[in-house]
Design a protein. Sequence first.
Length: 329
Amino acid sequence: MTKRLRAFYFATGAAIALPLSCGGRSDVMVDGPGGASGGVPGAGGSFPAGGGGSAGGSFPAGGSFPAGGSFPAGGAGSSGGGTGGFIWDGGGPGTGAFGGFGGLGGASGDFYPDDLEVATSGSGCWDLTLTGLTVQDGPSGLEVFGALRNDGDIPTCAVSLDIEVFDGSGTSLGSAINTMKHPSQWLYSLSQSDQSLVVCLGPGETAMGHVDQFPPGVELASVARLNYRCPSFILDVDPIDAIALTDVQAVTTVDGTAYTGVYENHLEVPISNATVFVFPTTATGRPLDMVEVVAGSDVAAGDSWSFETPAVNDLGVSEAAFPWFDDPL
């Protein structure tokens, strides 16, 4: 298994570069405070999308699209998609719309604070549903922990959560975006003829993420409304068994509650900077916090790493765990 993680960087970078804000639009649909929702897959989930601007890792090395610098075979289709390429929606590239801005998605989950108005636009999230949202003041300012479930019947790749917050008068306080952690043991190959892989959220799976790169000085007390989008890509991909987390459990340490488990490398190449992210959650699967731990050495092909995270600030009642790693050589 010698394929490389190059396409994911391009996909995520493209999503971040586009104007994703949905503030001030007439098509914003208010979802409102949510009720209880189904939870997330149990501990032991696997491969996430790492990184982005906030805490939680970095993009894999490589940073380029497959040879030729263009879309995968099939190119970009018009609204509704082409044959095997990216799917466009919302008027095509001339309007700045890009794969992943199609479909309403929704919000049917557990939100905190429960009086916060939560909204999305009519072209915000494909079949992704916001099932959990925690908005709070963190160490460096406003931070958001979110959970997105794929309610479609095909994988959705390189999922991000893009958030804009507003005060009571409707004035934008700022926006931030970050890539979600994808809970699957599978990587996905763009085609059999290139050397590129991408991380995708399979049908029924729930991704989690941490967004905290809001402008300085933004505090929860000033936030009256939150708008969100879920940039992602619909690609023609094939699954490849890559990584698994097993035996994840909460343990008591001298510093508080931490998490232990086993990180398994199913690839035929060593993994450097193997990383585990763990989100403590409520009973409904709403993420409350995030901790991470990085391996001190490479995880050899077919080998495993027994990990222990730092202590978590907010324990919750359950947890969801996700791995990440640098581009394998």
